[in-house]
Design a protein around this ligand. Structure first.
Ligand code: SF4
Length: 446
């Protein structure tokens, strides 16, 4: 629950103001992109800006202009993730309220409102991608953050959907003499002094030597106020995880960090989860969860669910499994966000029967005392968004694209959607109809 006084002060700030634009950043060092927060599209970091000042990994001229819009009371269009939630009927808190009132941001509110828009900011929450090497191939993910998808797209080419560039590689990762990694290591010793949360993501961070270099750096240069977090898919043998655990134990023994968290993902449960996240090995995943909680009992696990149209029919099983884990004393928090792109996998394509399943799951979740109000609210706002009755002129196109995508996905991975997702039977059939209508329409226009 957000403190009312904190909430009011953000509400009283200029319209659309959000501290995440100043203090939270995700930086893709493998290709030189940045965004604040992680919801807006990434934008390119000009090399000439980081040569002058390595903090331009965060403070690009483009980003400072977005901050200026916020200070002027204008909602930056790139933050539409939040505007969609804020414009949904009912009382829903978008991420800008959740983030702006968080411990890494809120106490900086007054000084930020008084500062000029072009002030260079030392962020308090940094997330970096050192490498996009990844052993998984998730249905909604992109080649630029997964080498497995990059290989798939090189082999098969784009999916025959309307906007077919979503999973396609945009540019190659810089493997040698990477100026962004150089700028990072120039900036890190200074930036870490005021940093509160440092999160390494990927790709799969355990496949990057830079991840272990950061841990070594922190062992030699303790940052006792820092919360360290690693995003990892946990779908690998425990031997890989042991190396990480050993280093984190040293960090705790030296009081070199304040806290350690693992961020991992499940977007559904069982075979449906493995369908969404191709390569996910749920047995290894569960064993690794136990290994972390047994070896590092002081650590926290945040289970992220990128809720999409394929999450709906196994979400209840996911809730039940989390309840079991919580009952066993594991410190697991469920963090649900909605999938924004690609549009053809968005949950708001749901038909009435899938919506009814979501509504039932929400009511069920509310009865489970193991979930906090924070966890329930995050699902509640997604259910409200999906239930919103606004006519989307492109819904029919997205449904046709869903059908096209799923059939091509099945062909590439030799899977069988209809057998694995019986609860989507009606939805799939209506998507097939949309596909056929779209085909007839485009033939008619030739
Ligand atoms: S307004 Fe929303 S999308 Fe924009 S930076 Fe803040 S939390 Fe992120």
């Amino acid at each position: 629950m957000i403190n009312k006084q904190k909430l009011d002060s953000i509400k009283n700030a200029p319209n659309g103001f959000c501290l995440a634009k100043w203090y939270q950043v995700t930086i893709d060092l493998s290709r030189g992109y940045t965004h604040s927060c992680h919801h807006p599209m990434r934008h390119k970091i000009p090399v000439e800006e980081i040569i002058k000042d390595p903090s331009a990994l965060h403070n690009t001229h483009f980003k400072m202009l977005q901050r200026k819009l916020m200070l002027d009371g204008i909602r930056p269009p790139e933050c539409d993730y939040c505007w969609k939630i804020e414009d949904t009927a009912g009382d829903h808190l978008s991420d800008r309220f959740i983030k702006s009132t968080d411990n890494w941001a809120y106490d900086l509110l007054d000084e930020t409102l008084k500062s000029p828009w072009d002030k260079k900011i030392s962020p308090t929450y940094v997330e970096v991608i050192f490498s996009s090497d990844c052993n998984l191939n998730c249905a909604y993910c992109m080649a630029d953050v997964s080498s497995s998808i990059e290989s798939e797209m090189q082999k098969f080419g784009p999916y025959p959907v309307t906007s077919n560039q979503h999973r396609m590689p945009r540019e190659k990762a810089i493997k040698e003499n990477n100026p962004y990694v150089t700028a990072f290591w120039l900036w890190f010793p200074e930036m870490v002094k005021t940093l509160r949360v440092f999160r390494i993501t990927g790709g799969e961070p355990l496949l990057s030597k830079e991840t272990f270099k950061v841990l070594d750096y922190l062992i030699d240069h303790p940052a006792p106020n820092l919360s360290l977090a690693i995003n990892t898919n946990l779908s690998y043998s425990s031997t890989q995880l042991q190396k990480l655990i050993s280093q984190v134990k040293v960090l705790f023994a030296h009081k070199a960090i304040k806290a350690f968290s693992i961020y991992t993902s499940l977007d559904g449960f069982d075979d449906q989860a493995s369908y969404i996240r191709k390569g996910l090995d749920l047995n290894k995943f569960k064993a690794n969860i136990s290994l972390i909680t047994d070896s590092l009992p002081e650590s926290e696990i945040i289970l992220m669910c990128t809720y999409n149209i394929l999450s709906i029919t196994s979400f209840k099983d996911l809730l039940d499994w989390i309840v079991e884990q919580k009952n066993a004393g594991k410190r697991i928090t469920l963090d649900i966000s909605y999938l924004k792109e690609p549009e053809y996998l968005r949950a708001n394509l749901a038909d009435d029967s899938l919506k009814s399943k979501m509504n039932d799951d929400l009511e069920y979740m509310k009865t489970l005392k193991q979930f906090s109000q924070y966890e329930i609210n995050k699902y509640d706002r997604i259910v409200s968004w999906v239930n919103t009755k606004t006519a989307d002129p492109f819904k029919f196109v997205y449904q046709a694209d869903f059908y096209t995508f799923i059939n091509e996905f099945d062909k590439r991975f030799k899977s069988n959607f209809s057998a694995l997702f019986p609860g989507h039977k009606k939805f799939y059939r209506s998507c097939m109809k949309s596909y056929l209508w779209k085909k007839i329409y485009s033939l008619g226009n030739k």
